[in-house]
Design a protein around this ligand. Structure first.
Ligand code: KIV
Length: 252
């Protein structure tokens, strides 16, 4: 495992992208990505669910196994889906299952509220990535994907979350849709790297859902994403070319 704290100390930015299948994992790995996340975003961009709250552990295990076959150099992190880490014991069991499927580290959503679960995972010797800020597994309670850290009390709570997950043994922390200035303060306040998504440029690294980066889920692109490719358009173009070529081919 790369020393991500040392990368932070050196000011070297950490890169992370999601993967859910073997070819994507292999392509991202060959491109030199530092961290590959089998995110529960698989539910939305691959399985067609409305949000991540329907994703099951069996689905995560299936996709983690596929990604593990394609990864040689990146750190493979797998998401713990909703309802699989209610207690420390359950959290450790879920983390072990994901490790058995090929993950080298696991991630769950929560800060201060989940230090017991995080402690159980790190005490079991399983590397842990935290996730604070906007928590997609709570999107229904939170009423949407809203930016976090707008008020002083929210910013203070986020800082407390970041300190708590560091203390509980996380090796890094994802900051999702956090006010950029607050993300900067958090990054300066803790020693483990912050990996931002929609949280400004001052985080120690950046993570994106690969489908957003490559334009493979054209029906919704978060505001903070600047796609680098239009893969959906290429698929449509190739499919139309195939349809045209086949329909117009000689009948006899
Ligand atoms: O599930 C996921 O893809 C994630 C990232 C958005 C951080 O948790």
């Amino acid at each position: 495992m790369k020393d991500f704290r040392q990368m932070k100390q050196r000011g070297e930015k950490i890169t992370a992208l999601t993967a859910y299948d073997y070819p994507t994992a292999r392509l991202l790995d060959e491109s030199g990505i530092d961290i590959m996340l089998v995110g529960d975003s698989v539910g939305m961009v691959v399985l067609g669910y409305q949000d991540t709250t329907d994703v099951t552990l069996d689905e995560m295990l299936h996709h983690t196994r596929a990604v593990a076959r394609g990864v040689k150099q990146a750190l493979l992190v797998a998401d713990m889906p909703i309802h699989t880490y209610e207690t420390p014991k359950r959290a450790e069991e879920t983390a072990r299952k994901l490790v058995d499927a090929g993950a080298q580290a696991v991630k769950l959503e929560g800060g201060v509220s989940h230090v017991a679960q995080i402690g159980a995972i790190t005490n079991a010797g399983i590397p842990f990535m935290a996730h604070i800020g906007m928590l997609p597994q709570s999107v229904r309670e939170q009423g949407g994907y809203r930016i976090k850290g707008r008020t002083e009390s929210e910013a203070e709570a986020l800082l407390a979350d970041a300190r708590a997950v560091e203390q509980a043994g996380a090796f890094s922390v994802v900051l999702e849709i956090v006010v950029a200035e607050v993300a900067k303060q958090i990054s300066n306040a803790i020693e483990i790297p912050t990996i931002g998504i929609g949280s400004g440029e001052h985080c120690d690294g950046q993570i994106l859902v690969t489908h957003d980066l490559i334009g493979l889920f054209p029906w919704f692109t978060p505001k903070f994403v600047s796609p680098e490719a239009r893969v959906a358009e290429e698929i449509r173009r190739a499919a139309r070319a195939f349809i045209e070529r086949t329909k117009s081919s000689d009948q006899g």
